[in-house]
Design a protein around this ligand. Structure first.
Ligand SMILES: [Zn+2]
Length: 99
């Protein structure tokens, strides 16, 4: 059988379950494995990001004179810290668990 030139590359097998899915490149995980790893990483990432958000609030409480305006800023920064740390921790946990 001849390979047609210009045809799209066939999908590579998933690095974890060896299932072939569209858009998976060599060494990548299929969408099902990625979703499962993210689901397993979620509770840990939630706890770590809550701790980091608490540290931000604690730092502001003890180190910054709090006015109504700074309270709003601290709340916004704590929420932003929560989501940012959660995204980073989930990414790290997925990378560590994929092996
Ligand atoms: Zn897979």
């Amino acid at each position: 059988m001849l390979l047609r030139r210009g045809s799209p590359e066939p999908p590579a097998p998933c690095a974890r379950c060896s299932r072939r899915a569209a858009g998976v490149r060599w060494g990548d995980l299929c969408p099902e494995c990625l979703a499962e790893l993210r689901r397993r990483a979620s509770p840990l990432a939630r706890i770590i990001s809550l701790v980091f958000a608490g540290v931000v609030i604690g730092y502001a409480y003890w180190r910054i004179p709090l006015t109504p305006a700074t309270r709003i800023w601290v709340a916004a920064i704590a929420v932003a810290t929560y989501f940012l740390v959660r995204k980073i921790t989930t990414g790290i946990a997925v990378e560590l668990m994929r092996k």
